[in-house]
Design a protein around this ligand. Structure first.
Ligand code: SF4
Length: 323
């Protein structure tokens, strides 16, 4: 198929969950997908307003991409759950990028709000497809292919995250991997997907964890039911879908299925601050936890050294509590 042009996808925020779906959708419609590079050692974060690090990275990646593409894909993610919403910053993300890029690039920013009606994800993609000249039939076919690819991709997730260098986890060309070997510790890493998988945010802490003998488990494989079961009796409802996922999965894993739990938070994230309070209160009510829990706060000033030292100490604690 003749290439129709280039779509830029910033390597930020929900890229770290939905990239496989997004990429296949655009490619099926005949567009080439260009992803921004990581920051690397010398890369500079562009400061735009006083924001959390993940949002600053969205702006940085968008500015880095804008001259290389015909359109930037920055969807307005209002809700990715039937009942709960995303952090309000996601709602404004395309506007922030538009301001930061000063209107120099077209932005594909259709809204995704799964609370509104049936098939709203599909509808959003059909609108995006229409902006790219695809009719409904072509859009639907591309979306179905993308969705199927995404579901298969998710099935191999745990092996990817435990075997590939973290920077390659979203290289979709990598063929299916064999089952990964057992490690001395099963450790659940909890947090927003971009905190967990963006090496510019977490200084590649997951690779270090693997080198310390930890098998990484993430909430990606948990069902809505498993998460819901852990948050249904909280004194206050959590309205943010990512917040529910974080608290629900954290307590799911703390109820005995792993050797340790690590919660990666964003320093300037109001939601993460509140979630920590929820967790602290709930643990107090339960009389603490027998499974070691480590909370690591991340921002642009976090040094790898400090993070690795804490993770090493955490490994020692797990060793003591399993013997
Ligand atoms: S949830 Fe927190 S880290 Fe994520 S975009 Fe919102 S404020 Fe930033």
């Amino acid at each position: 198929m003749e290439e129709k042009g280039r779509i830029g996808i910033p390597r930020a925020l929900m890229f770290y969950r939905y990239f496989p779906l997004w990429k296949v959708f655009f490619e099926e419609l005949g567009w080439r997908v260009i992803v921004s590079d990581g920051l690397g050692k010398r890369g500079k974060i562009i400061y735009f307003e006083d924001s959390c690090l993940p949002m600053k990275l969205l702006v940085t990646h968008s500015i880095g991409l804008k001259d290389k593409v015909d359109h930037l894909f920055v969807p307005r993610l209002v809700s990715l759950h039937r009942d709960y919403i995303m952090c309000p910053k996601f709602r404004g993300a395309p506007d922030i990028v538009r301001l930061a890029t000063e209107g120099t690039v077209s932005i594909l920013d259709e809204t995704v709000d799964l609370r509104t009606r049936e098939h709203s994800m599909l509808r959003s993609f059909l609108k995006t497809g229409k902006r790219l000249g695809a009719d409904e039939k072509e859009g639907k076919r591309a979306f179905q292919k993308a969705e199927q690819f995404f579901l298969n991709f998710q099935k191999g997730w745990e092996d990817r995250i435990n075997q590939l260098p973290l920077k390659q986890v979203f290289h979709l060309e990598t063929p299916a991997l064999p089952k990964s070997e057992e490690k001395p510790f099963q450790v659940a890493f909890i947090g927003h997907p971009y905190n967990l998988f963006d090496t510019d945010v977490n200084k590649d802490i997951l690779s270090f964890a693997r080198s310390l003998g930890m098998r990484i488990i993430t909430p990606d494989g948990l069902s809505e039911k498993e998460i819901g079961a852990q948050v249904s009796d909280l004194s206050k409802e959590i309205y943010w879908s990512s917040g529910r996922e974080i608290v629900g999965s954290l307590f799911h894993f703390l109820s005995g299925r792993v050797d340790g739990v690590v919660f990666l938070t964003s320093f300037k994230c109001g939601i993460d601050a509140l979630l920590q309070e929820f967790i602290r209160r709930r643990l107090k009510l339960k009389g603490g936890t027998s499974i070691p829990l480590l909370v690591l706060s991340l921002d642009e000033h976090s040094g790898r050294e400090g993070l690795t030292t804490r993770l090493e100490a955490f490994r020692d604690v797990m060793e003591e509590s399993t013997h």
